[in-house]
Design a protein around this ligand. Structure first.
Ligand SMILES: [Zn+2]
Length: 135
């Protein structure tokens, strides 16, 4: 696949993610901004994702550590991933995080939070009230 096809595909993916029933608001997931430093990847806008998704940085770091199979260092605004991660791989992982831990399956909106009950984590939607157990 050439680059322009890939960008086109990603754009249509982001447009779909932006659909949100009811409010008409568009929710756009930004691209991860990365930079390579030796054998590490610096994810420059990591904290922006934590703010946008309204999830603990610790929680996100754990997820990406597991998914990418490499340690991550929290450096405030950015994180350092201890391996080289391709842009498209990171974009896919960001999208899976969003689908698993942020997006409401019912109304497809991003306005959710996680509550913990008897050490079971539950994703609760603030718009439609739907909830589901997450691992
Ligand atoms: Zn919902």
């Amino acid at each position: 696949m050439d680059d322009s096809k890939y960008v086109e595909m990603l754009n249509s993916l982001y447009v779909r993610l932006g659909e949100k029933k009811g409010t008409g608001n568009r929710f756009e997931i930004p691209r991860a901004e990365i930079m390579y430093q030796g054998s590490t990847t610096v994810w420059k806008n990591f904290s922006r994702f934590a703010e946008l998704f309204r999830r603990d940085k610790e929680f996100m770091i754990k997820f990406f550590k597991r998914e990418l199979g490499a340690p991550l260092d929290d450096r405030g605004e950015f994180v350092v991933i201890h391996r080289r991660v391709a842009q498209n791989i990171l974009d896919v992982k960001v999208n899976s995080f969003f689908e698993l831990y942020v997006r409401c399956k019912e109304c497809k909106g991003p306005d959710t939070h996680i509550v913990e009950k008897d050490s079971v984590k539950i994703l609760v939607c603030e718009i439609c009230g739907a909830s589901r157990v997450i691992k």
